[in-house]
Design a protein around this ligand. Sequence first.
Ligand SMILES: [Zn+2]
Length: 565
Amino acid sequence: MRPRRRPLLPALAGLWLGAVAAIAQGSDVAPDRIYVNARVWTGESSKREAEAFAVRGDRFVAVGAPDAMRALAGPSTQVVDLGGRRVVPGFNDAHWHLPARKDARLDNAGSVEVIQKRLEHYAATLPADAWVTGRGWMPPDFPENTAHRRYLDEVFPDRPVVIRDRDGHQALANTAALRLARVTRDSPDPADGIIVRDASGEPTGLLKEAATGLVRDLLPPLAVEDTYQLLLGEVSAAASLGLTSLQDATEGGLTDNERAAVTRAIAEGRLPVRYRSAVPFDETPSRRQLKRQVGECAAARGSLHACGFAKLILDGTVDARTAVMLEPYVGGGNGVAFLPQQQLDRVVAAYDRAGLQVEIHAIGDGAIRMALDAFERAARSNGTRGRRHRIEHIEVPALVDLPRFRELGVVASTQAIFATPDASTLQNYAPLIGPERASRAQPFRLFDDAGAVQAFGSDYPVYPMDPLLGIYTAVTRQTTAGAPAGGWYPQNRVDVEAALSHYTRDAAYAEFEESTKGTIAPGKYADFAVLSRDILAIPPPELLETRVLLTVMGGRETYRAAAAQ
Ligand SMILES: [Zn+2]
């Protein structure tokens, strides 16, 4: 079930030599480039380390010793000396989102002053009357953990401002924005949402869940060109972090503008990543609709924009007490599944029958069990195998459910950086579930021990997309400041090599592409990153100082650090 046990083409040492011999036969098939003097982590279980590799067109054609590679060179082959640097397969973010708009980033602001400064700085780049939007704040950024519109009014008395919290479940609007949205003390709470009010009944500007739409629905849609520029900015940022594949987990897939932007970027040669997005999700899909989606995804296979899965969201988050737990939260209350089990079973079975993969967002142990049950029933009633259905986040699984991932062939799609023990994790998340459940929260090691295929992602823009930051968190379970000493529930740490596999080979498996990418092996796409330090040899804190020097996707350079020129 695990990709490393699958007999992939280049998995045997003999075949590696075979590939070398085949290439050496004629100079017209000489490599375009030979990379030597490298420490290559291939990701292949049979031949984990190499010193050199050769690339022709968009593929690796040989991997091995420097002399063997040099012997392949033709008259026009370029030899690149990598100066002893660590080379890894291009990172693959298995759970990423294209942001709907460009926002001021408020992550780790820590104070109202910093939030105000970042918003002012961002606002200065916009037309004078444009909405100012931001995301990434957390309650502890505000005095007494209480966000209030007065902090936004101080710097933006007339211009509308709305900023979302990190998880996107609440938003803070200033007075100008509330006025445009006609939200007053007399406005009723919308269904599934709360307009937070002060003691006198006045809205404080804080809007929860569906109430955020009262203001956010007023934001003007991005123009086609703006969407294109947004996409280019995001994917070039990804390339600068060593990413060569992005799996967009947005429920419903891309909007028309976003799809057009991806298509245009490919046509103009400006998409530096392999992109995968969801098909539009429908709770009651028709056979015709499914057939069309399957056909479209089959036709797109092998292009830079793939599809082939449907995404649905089954529960909320622990922090908002909307994740569905088997037992109530400490202090009471529980989330309610967004789909009852029977309906979930029906829709999962419909996609499964059509041949589409299903990704289910499930965070609490209750929702995770519902998702596993639905996958098990679909496979049984449809007689299907190898669908590689996925559960996204899987933050607090029940221990007894862990073996089911391997048994059912369900991919564990986790986000390493979710284990960051920051203020909200320690002061809100952990107390809400109590110590026993916290001890099995974000249990990366337990998934590995249970033999599950585990794919890492970031959930960008909820968290930064930097894979090296994700690897740091997976191997330390500490904040970037190194707290707490020893790590948060350190028994759930994994080592750098496991984290690398989850960010490369296993993420490729999660999208059915392990035969074309995810390791450095002959025949696979030449997707790789060159790092400033050897992450397999340095102490974990140095992961935070490690930079990507060069990113190559399909044999094409997609990023080069200034210092590496
Ligand atoms: Zn997500």
